[in-house]
Design a binder for this molecule. Structure first.
Ligand code: SF4
Ligand code: SF4
Length: 313
């Protein structure tokens, strides 16, 4: 006869599938002992740039029991965002994860439905849902749960479908059966390090956030430093280079989420259309998109910066 732990674990894995998550793995909620010195070193070296929020919640980031009272399990979930269509080749580029509707909204709704069905099945449980949320070390939890390994580009990579996934978590106060981590399959490969346009992968497995194009085009609120002139590889929002070159991404398959479909002809925009984008059009096109995080002003700053190539601005 199945124990309650087994029954709940099986239910969770089934429910993840029903809600269209591609992968689900579970870990014991405990202090991330190995990560503490690594995180501290990264922060002390100021590799987070202006991302002040990374300094907050240091203890909570390492210990899920400080985030959810009585936490026993971290359920990691992956949701594919690899698109079926690519952008117009010569136009300013936006990261694939931002082609459709804002993933925070899409996934948050699913997580709330997930928590609700757990409450129906198990009873009055305490739990919280997280998606791309600063206090949770999502890649670490996903790798502990056997969903993949954290590669030299610091992305979580699955052996079956590469790395174009959103990562989300449910932290709950219920004991479950736990999965085991898998091996690192980067081997001698260094494609991501060699291809990074700004040399942001300062050493294998360490991304200097302050040099990463994703940070420069999204998180950075000031002007982009002139030292990055000519190095932005035409990225106007985010950057996919270290994932695009990763050999494991030849196994990526297009997502099946209708809300991630590009519905605003964005992928066909020409360089001229991007550069002539008005605030009105921006508000319409990016109404439900993660791109609205940069605001119109931020996107214009990025477009101007990448269009002026090597000239000083
Ligand atoms: S996202 Fe782009 S800039 Fe950032 S580490 Fe990867 S390749 Fe480099
Ligand atoms: S490109 Fe190579 S080194 Fe980089 S993450 Fe992928 S497999 Fe690892």
């Amino acid at each position: 006869m199945n124990s309650l732990k087994q029954t709940y674990t099986q239910f969770i894995k089934k429910e993840a599938k029903r809600l269209n998550f591609d992968y689900c793995g579970i870990s014991k909620a405990e202090f991330l002992e190995d990560e503490a010195p690594r995180l501290e070193k990264w922060l002390n070296a100021n590799k987070h740039g202006q991302m002040q929020y990374m300094e907050n919640y240091f203890d909570k980031r390492l210990n899920p029991t400080l985030l959810v009272d009585g936490a026993k399990s971290v359920i990691s979930l992956l949701y594919n965002y690899y698109p079926s269509q690519n952008q117009n080749l010569n136009a300013p580029k936006i990261s694939k994860y931002a082609y459709g509707n804002d993933y925070h909204e899409v996934i948050k709704n699913k997580l709330h439905e997930f928590l609700f069905s757990l409450q129906q099945k198990i009873g009055n449980i305490n739990g919280k849902a997280f998606v791309d949320s600063a206090p949770v070390m999502d890649k670490v939890w996903a790798s502990k749960s056997g969903l993949g390994w954290v590669g030299k580009n610091s992305n979580l990579i699955t052996t079956k479908n590469g790395s174009f996934f959103f990562i989300a978590e449910l932290i709950i106060d219920v004991e479950l059966e736990y999965d085991s981590a898998i091996t690192d399959y980067c081997g001698t490969c260094s494609r991501c390090i060699d291809a990074c346009p700004t040399e942001a992968i300062s050493e294998p497995y360490v991304v200097d956030g302050s040099k990463c194009i994703s940070y420069l085009t999204i998180e950075l609120k000031d002007e982009i430093p002139n030292s990055f002139k000519g190095k932005m590889d035409n990225w106007a929002f985010g950057c996919d280079v270290c994932q695009d070159v990763c050999p494991w991404n030849r196994f990526s398959t297009p997502n099946t989420e209708p809300l991630f479909a590009n519905t605003n002809n964005l992928l066909n925009f020409t360089e001229v259309e991007w550069n002539e984008l008005t605030e009105e059009t921006f508000n319409v096109i990016f109404k439900n998109s993660a791109v609205k995080r940069t605001k119109y002003k931020g996107l214009k700053r990025n477009l101007k910066f990448i269009s002026t190539k090597n000239e000083a601005v």
